[in-house]
Design a protein around this ligand. Structure first.
Ligand SMILES: NC(=O)CC[C@H](N)C(=O)O
Length: 321
């Protein structure tokens, strides 16, 4: 079956989602990172970037929030760019853990690899892999420049968040050293952890994340800047990683109800990839018990269901003006 979806239908669905959920009071801000606990819980933004570069935005789509775990996708892309798909599979893995994002148990259960670059363990490993190994400043430059390429504009470090997270990241310190024990850290463990903590503290907007997602959906070419960021062959690898573990232990429920691979962060951001069609992002700070934004989930699910599309469906569709 084929159908066409107009840009105005997408706008309408996004507007309805915004109106319907803007006053929702479910969930609560992350409080294990002090900075996040104090962010205005009423902030809510949605952004959709189409592959011709058109962007549909609603609400607080240009508010800079902590990217947190959504950055794991970006740095996984950097590792894929620098090492290729096969090595990333060998050195990190591409499997779901079925456990929370910061699980130490997951590492103990799978001591042959850290499972996936999209949980804390694999993301710290990915930071350890970023080249040039051994040079923290240059690695940081590579991480930021990769995010800038994907988003089409630079992220900005939220210094207060970085300090707040560095002062409280005891669980992640254990993860870094446990990975070292299993030879799954490929640079200095403390430096790798610091890079991970810093990338999580980058400020990003929903609009920027929707452009990054659209770059993945567009075979590695940024649809706004038109810059080729990564090889087209990596796109399905990235989307598969996101589909497998984007919502951690709730990933199956998410895919079943929304039909779109997406990655969340405890800053309240969600970034979804609809291959060949668009990137979508929503942001709202209050989270459910797995650390996923309540309103962002509701909004993206609503839009997908209203448009009647799913990555798993056999209905083909074209987006028209
Ligand atoms: N799920 C997340 O967004 C977690 C990111 C956070 N920086 C942490 O490591 O705990």
């Amino acid at each position: 079956m084929n159908k066409t979806i107009s840009v105005s239908q997408i706008k309408e669905a996004a507007q309805e989602a915004y109106e319907q959920f803007k006053d929702n009071t479910g969930g609560k801000n992350a409080d294990y990172i002090p900075y996040l606990a104090n962010i205005d819980k009423n902030l809510f933004g949605i952004s959709i970037c189409l592959l011709d570069g058109k962007i549909i935005t609603l609400g607080d789509s240009s508010y800079r929030f902590g990217i947190e775990s959504v950055s794991k996708v970006h740095t996984a892309i950097l590792a894929l760019r620098q090492y290729g798909a096969e090595k990333v599979l060998k050195m990190i893995g591409a499997d779901a853990t079925g456990l929370p994002f910061n699980s130490i148990m997951a590492i103990l259960l799978e001591n042959d690899h850290p499972s996936t670059p999209l949980v804390n363990a694999g993301a710290i490993t990915a930071c350890s892999m970023v080249q040039p190994v051994g040079n923290s400043d240059k690695k940081w430059e590579a991480i930021v420049s990769n995010i800038t390429d994907l988003c089409g504009s630079a992220p900005q470090l939220i210094d207060e968040l970085y300090k707040s997270e560095t002062a409280t990241n005891f669980n992640n310190r254990s993860i870094a050293w446990l990975l070292k024990n299993y030879n799954r850290i490929y640079d200095d463990p403390d430096m790798s952890l610091d890079l991970y903590t810093r990338q999580c503290s980058l400020g990003i907007t929903a609009e920027q994340l929707s452009i990054a997602a659209a770059t993945v959906a567009n075979n590695g070419v940024n649809p706004v800047t038109k810059k080729p960021v990564f090889d087209a062959s990596l796109s399905p690898k990235i989307t598969s990683l996101v589909a497998t573990v984007g919502f951690y232990e709730r990933t199956g429920d998410w895919l079943y109800t929304s039909g779109i691979p997406a990655k969340t962060g405890v800053g309240g951001g969600v970034m979804g990839i609809m291959p060949g069609h668009f990137g979508i992002s929503a942001f709202a700070p209050p989270l459910d018990s797995s650390g996923n934004s309540v309103k962002a989930q509701l909004a993206i699910k609503y839009i997908m269901n209203k448009l009647g599309i799913s990555i798993f469906g056999s209905t083909r569709f074209t987006i028209t003006d």
